[in-house]
Write a new protein. Structure first.
Length: 72
């Protein structure tokens, strides 16, 4: 069965791509390229889906915003 999952991709200061599936608690992976990170998170999602129920039924990506915060 094929399912679609939302993932979040970030890049750290060392150039490593970090990827997370918010549907499952702690479902994260990484890679030296986006392609590698996506391949790795597919394996992680498959493992998480076998072990635990999703944290929420549906997660819909809305967008990314830059937020300015004034701190003391």
């Amino acid at each position: 069965m094929k399912k679609h999952y939302t993932v979040i991709i970030e890049q750290d200061s060392d150039g490593i791509f970090l990827v997370e599936c918010p549907l499952f608690k702690g479902c994260r992976s990484y890679g030296h390229s986006i392609e590698e990170a996506l391949k790795n998170i597919q394996e992680a999602i498959a493992a998480c889906a076998d072990e635990e129920p999703p944290v929420v039924e549906q997660v819909t990506f809305v967008g990314v915003r830059d937020l300015e915060v004034v701190t003391p």
